[in-house]
Design a protein around this ligand. Structure first.
Ligand SMILES: *[C@@H]1O[C@H](CO)[C@@H](O)[C@H](O)[C@H]1NC(C)=O
Ligand SMILES: *[C@@H]1O[C@H](CO)[C@@H](O)[C@H](O)[C@H]1NC(C)=O
Ligand SMILES: *[C@@H]1O[C@H](CO)[C@@H](O)[C@H](O)[C@H]1NC(C)=O
Ligand SMILES: *[C@@H]1O[C@H](CO)[C@@H](O)[C@H](O)[C@H]1NC(C)=O
Ligand SMILES: *[C@@H]1O[C@H](CO)[C@@H](O)[C@H](O)[C@H]1NC(C)=O
Ligand SMILES: *[C@@H]1O[C@H](CO)[C@@H](O)[C@H](O)[C@H]1NC(C)=O
Length: 668
């Protein structure tokens, strides 16, 4: 994620919306006499854009597997059809950075980060899951130092295709779709070259989604350029507000909402999601919808906290929360599969709400009905016009091949905002059809699935442990690792990439360290800092001591820091404030109130240098801070009125190599 997309071009859709409503008193037909609608491509979740699954990997078993079950296991929870992941680009992409498979031009490593692991876990549970990769950012060398990936389109295409080949070679993962550049400009020459490069490497089966932004200008480009049209299989739009454009329909491409939702995942969020899932097809002919994000597994104080289908942001406690969007997803995913076909008879209900119907063309029918009313303003891109919803008896008449169905299974979710007692994915007694007809007494804020499919389940694991704050005393010497991961638990990189490093020629004390490895400003997606920084801990921490050994590898102009009360990350990382204790290879130190290093609180000689280990310790108590270097007091009584609280952090002065060891924090 994500930039909010501004509303545009709605008028054409109003007609569509109104046309679908039958006059009151008449039954809503569900049939195939006039043919079927579009093929359904599935519902998905997005890990990345960026670092949204960062904390998930650090959960102990069995909790980690339980979370994965709620997301991916068929007939259990969200039972997702699609997993879309970020192709890490070493840059900040909303809630952190994700490592690239090629930090440097001559470097290749397909074991960094957690997306490989996540894709394998998803596949383990659902072998039919569709996998999608999309870059947000690229390592600096891809742009030859320019913040632009298209000047050398062959390099960019090879870089992306390497990731797809690596997925197969090292993890036996078949990536089925690849995108261009998230929410940024596309380049026609690059898209054609990407198609050519995929084909050249035997990846004809990999389809291209363009352009993960708005419907235009990609739709018009496809209409004007047949070669481009042959290269692209899907138009992916972000936050389409359930509507599309005539030009997009004219391309005859599949239309997807390739990023959507982005709403706080309480009950209201689940309601937004229910409406999106139905109305993206009813209003916008979209046959796939992908949630940003998959699972809220990042510090909640980072941007867009808890905008995931469920919440898993406490690996230290094991606590996680199965939120309402999981069950709302299940209403569709457990009862209709990719490859099924929408009926043409879908639409809006006269008293508000909408219905879709899908068939496997072998006699099965699934109908999903939603009557969401509540405050539209909390949903991203509320639907237009704002329908009011009132209780209604809705009669549906099955026709064509469905006319002889005599019974449908019924699943219901009720939000009940007044009573505050919602129920999700409840199995009700089947309805008996009379002459192919059934009537539902619909209230506001309900979701119903009526289906011939007899499977389906509200899966349940035992309650996870209770929620707890980050431990007040925390240490990591980076010697014990968490295979197969390249990053140390709980460190959330906000600029740069901090990964495990082994120096086997070290005499002993610092064989295993954490190393910042990004040496050049990436082709960025967000506004990365000019420094590198990785945050950890409890955002509410005030009085803390942060200690870490640092090893600066950059002889000229190198620097490293430990910090406390760091108050910002994500796309706001450049303006992060806090208490930063820096040492430099020129033998000096500094204490600053900001990551940018502009507000200097203290400075002087420290006798520090490159290629030697130094131990930095920073204590902040109330409005006073002090620091020691290699166990000796270096500065004290520095006044720090703000910020009042924030994370602990480590980092470097610039995009430079540096190592960290024996990290320790203790909070009051
Ligand atoms: C419907 O789907 C089920 C699997 O859920 C399958 O066993 C059955 O044959 C299908 N067809 C009909 C008409 O129910
Ligand atoms: C629905 O039908 C029932 C039974 O016929 C009737 O009592 C009720 O008033 C109807 N509700 C609405 C909202 O029309
Ligand atoms: C069902 O349809 C038949 C034939 O059209 C009709 O005779 C019968 O009365 C209908 N039954 C009901 C309960 O509507
Ligand atoms: C319809 O639902 C409403 C609200 O859930 C309920 O008060 C009413 O009794 C129901 N009516 C019928 C006919 O089932
Ligand atoms: C590895 O350790 C040796 C011995 O301490 C040191 O000279 C060298 O700089 C270290 N290199 C790296 C990359 O850590
Ligand atoms: C931090 O220390 C200050 C001054 O000693 C005190 O007023 C404040 O309550 C402490 N904060 C916490 C969270 O303990």
């Amino acid at each position: 994620m994500q930039q909010r997309v501004s509303p545009r071009a709605v008028p054409a859709l109003l007609l569509l919306l109104l046309a679908a409503q039958p006059p009151s008193g008449r039954a809503y037909p569900l049939g195939d006499e006039a043919g079927l609608g579009r093929v359904f491509d599935g519902i998905g979740g997005l890990s990345g854009g960026g670092a949204t699954s960062r904390l998930l990997v650090n959960y102990a078993e069995p909790y980690r597997s339980q979370i994965l079950d709620y997301l991916f296991k068929p007939n259990f929870g969200a039972s997702l059809h699609i997993l879309k992941v970020e192709i890490g680009g070493d840059a900040q992409t909303t809630d952190g950075t994700e490592p690239s498979h090629m930090h440097y031009e001559n470097d290749e490593n397909y074991f960094r980060g957690y997306e490989w692991w996540l894709m394998k876990e998803a596949k383990k549970r659902n072998p039919d899951i569709t996998l999608i990769g999309l870059p947000w950012a690229f390592p600096g060398w891809v742009g030859h130092g320019k913040n632009w990936p298209y000047d050398f389109p062959d390099i960019t295409a090879t870089y992306v295709v390497n990731w797809i080949l690596g997925a197969k070679q090292y993890h036996d993962l078949d990536i089925q779709y690849v995108g261009i550049w998230n929410e940024r400009q596309f380049d026609v020459k690059y898209i054609k070259l990407l198609r050519y490069t995929l084909d050249k490497f035997g990846l004809e089966r990999v389809r291209i989604i363009a352009s993960d932004n708005l419907w235009e200008p990609i739709a018009l480009s496809l209409l004007l350029d047949p070669e481009l049209s042959r290269a692209v299989d899907v138009i992916g739009a972000h936050y389409p507000g359930t509507t599309t454009l005539a030009q997009a329909l004219k391309t005859q491409k599949k239309l997807w909402s390739s990023e959507d939702y982005s709403t706080f995942n309480d009950e209201v969020g689940g309601g937004c999601w229910a409406r999106i899932l139905n109305q993206n097809y009813v209003n916008g002919h979209m046959t796939s919808t992908i949630s940003w994000n998959l699972v809220a597994s990042y510090y909640e104080e980072l941007p867009f906290g808890r905008d995931g289908l469920m919440t898993a942001q406490e690996p230290w406690s094991g606590n996680y929360v199965v939120e309402s969007p999981i069950w709302i997803t299940a209403h569709s995913t457990q009862f209709a599969q990719p490859g099924w076909t929408y009926l043409q008879t879908v639409g809006h209900l006269t008293q508000g709400g909408s219905y879709v119907a899908l068939t496997d063309r072998k006699g099965n029918l699934t109908v999903v009905i939603e009557t969401m009313t509540h405050d539209h303003s909390v949903c991203i891109r509320p639907p237009l016009p704002p329908f009011s919803v009132t209780p209604q008896n809705a009669t549906f008449q099955l026709k064509g091949s469905f006319a002889s169905i005599t019974e449908l299974q019924v699943w219901r979710s009720q939000f009940n905002f007044q009573t505050k007692q919602p129920s999700f994915l409840e199995k009700l007694p089947p309805v008996k059809l009379v002459n192919g007809s059934f009537t539902l007494n619909l209230s506001e804020d309900e979701v119903y699935t009526l289906t011939t499919v007899t499977m389906g389940r509200k899966g349940r694991h035992p309650e996870p442990p209770p929620s707890a704050r980050f431990p007040k005393v925390y240490k990591d010497d980076f010697n014990v690792r968490n295979p197969p991961f390249s990053e140390a638990p709980h460190f959330a990189d906000q600029t740069g990439v901090f990964e495990y490093h082994a120096n086997l020629s070290d005499p002993g004390a610092h064989v295993f360290t954490l190393r910042q490895v990004v040496m050049q400003r990436p082709v960025t997606w967000a506004t990365d800092a000019d420094q590198t920084v990785s945050v950890i801990g409890d955002y509410r921490w005030q009085n803390v001591t942060v200690t870490c050994d640092v090893f600066m590898e950059s002889v000229r102009g190198g620097g490293a820091f430990v910090a406390a009360r760091v108050d910002k990350g994500g796309q706001a990382v450049r303006s992060a404030k806090g208490v930063f204790f820096w040492v430099f290879t020129d033998g000096t130190y500094k204490v600053t109130n900001d990551l940018a290093g502009q507000t200097v609180l203290a400075e002087g000689r420290a006798g520090t240098g490159a290629h030697v280990w130094h131990t930095l310790s920073l204590t902040v108590q109330g409005q006073s801070a002090s620091g020691t270097l290699d166990g000796t007091p270096l500065w004290k009584n520095v006044v720090v009125p703000t910020p009042k609280n924030g994370w602990a952090a480590i980092g470097t002065r610039s995009f430079e190599l540096a190592q960290f060891d024996n990290f320790a924090v203790s909070a009051e």
